[in-house]
Write a protein that binds this ligand. Structure first.
Ligand SMILES: C[S@@+](CC[C@H](N)C(=O)[O-])C[C@H]1O[C@@H](n2cnc3c(N)ncnc32)[C@H](O)[C@@H]1O
Length: 342
């Protein structure tokens, strides 16, 4: 999954330039229009304005910024409505890929001086401000695990090359049992009694590790992610017996995640329980776990008050808001986890 998405020569995110949006393979809240970034900017400003950090610059850190459009929407709104705050801010993009960084530089040319780049979350550098991502962690590589009912044990699915194409193969031995315990806790025997043979799920240690490092670097402020995902127990339900790993191509689910590596997007649902626990173990407080509809509606309620930086919405903005919050569009599937350190 890591190579299929990120190989510098043939990875999906390296080769394709228009992955989200109408011409790409999937929509994100960013491709709906600038309102998403504007509402985030309003909320970030409310969080950042009271923070005073004597020994560090105020930061907004965005990871997985892709073409930089969300950063531009946020910065443009801040420039018009919160100019004083913007003057004290650095906007940092965490971007390991040189080609995506070049694209982001193009998109954000008007904000030279405010925007900086880093390869990774800097270990040991304290962040005072907001660290956030939109649809980052669902694009981290997962381990795919299956249940062997006859032997009552978990195994891991690996990938093998068979007659010129990739195919699934059982790995033995594997760390599957340990991962299940780490990500879902000890499963009750009554559940294991009814779990069908071949029941499949995923774990993503890379996502939890990323969250742990982000939490550790947050000195004061908020850590937030928006993504589609589930609580741990929601993964272990009959409707998800085949797991959540999906491939997308031209807005349609593709049948085989192993087919045409580099040509289709691969994603799996985020385990929000695991993230929340990792953040709390790093000393963060969980502030909220909402659907995107609840999160954006609560922001809009405050943003609509006179003098807050939003005038009367145009019909285009109203349509954007509906798409972002409607349960059948992006409102229910996307969830928002917010943790903080005072
Ligand atoms: C699904 S896209 C989301 C794009 C954008 N945030 C949006 O909402 O439209 C996921 C992005 O995360 C990037 N990414 C993956 N691993 C990353 C990492 N470790 N650090 C920063 N970005 C990463 C990918 O290259 C890709 O651009």
């Amino acid at each position: 999954m890591e190579l299929a998405l990120y190989c510098p020569l043939c990875g999906y995110y390296e080769k394709k330039t228009d992955t989200p949006g109408r011409r790409g393979d999937y929509y994100t809240s960013v491709s709906v229009g600038p309102l998403f970034g504007q509402l985030l900017a309003f909320q970030f400003a409310a969080w950042l304005e009271p923070i005073r950090c004597a020994d560090a610059r105020l930061l907004i850190v965005e990871a997985g910024a892709h073409d930089g459009r969300l950063a531009r929407d946020i910065l443009q709104w801040l420039r018009v409505h919160r100019a004083e705050l913007l003057a004290r801010l650095e906007y940092r993009l965490i971007e390991p890929s040189p080609s995506r960084r070049a694209r982001q530089r193009e998109t954000l040319g008007e904000f030279t001086g405010t925007v900086r780049w880093a390869d990774d979350l800097a270990i040991g550098e304290p962040v005072c401000g907001v660290i956030f991502s939109n649809e980052l962690l669902d694009a981290f590589p997962v381990h795919r695990l299956g249940w062997d009912a006859r032997h009552r044990r978990w195994f891991e699915w690996g990938v093998t090359l068979c007659k010129g194409r990739f195919d699934w193969t059982r790995l033995d031995p594997s760390d599957a049992g340990r991962w299940i315990e780490e990500f879902f806790g000890p499963l009750p025997p009554e559940l294991l009694d009814v779990l069908p043979d071949g029941f499949t799920t995923e774990v993503c240690p890379a996502a939890t590790d990323w969250w742990r490092r982000a939490a550790a670097s947050l000195k004061r402020g908020k850590l937030l992610t928006i993504d589609y995902g589930l609580e741990a127990e929601e993964f272990l339900q009959p409707a998800r017996a085949a797991g959540t790993l999906r491939a997308y191509r031209r807005h349609q689910p593709a049948a085989d995640p192993l087919a045409e590596p580099g040509e289709q997007d691969l994603t799996a649902h985020v385990n929000f329980t695991a993230l929340r626990r990792a953040g709390e173990l790093a000393g963060l407080k969980t502030e909220a776990f909402h659907t995107q509809a609840q999160f954006l509606t609560a922001i809009a309620e405050r943003a609509w008050q006179p003098g807050r930086g939003f005038g009367r919405w145009t019909s285009a903005e109203t349509r954007q808001f509906q798409t972002l919050t409607h349960p059948e569009h992006l409102g229910r599937g996307f969830r928002v986890l917010i943790q903080s350190r005072d």
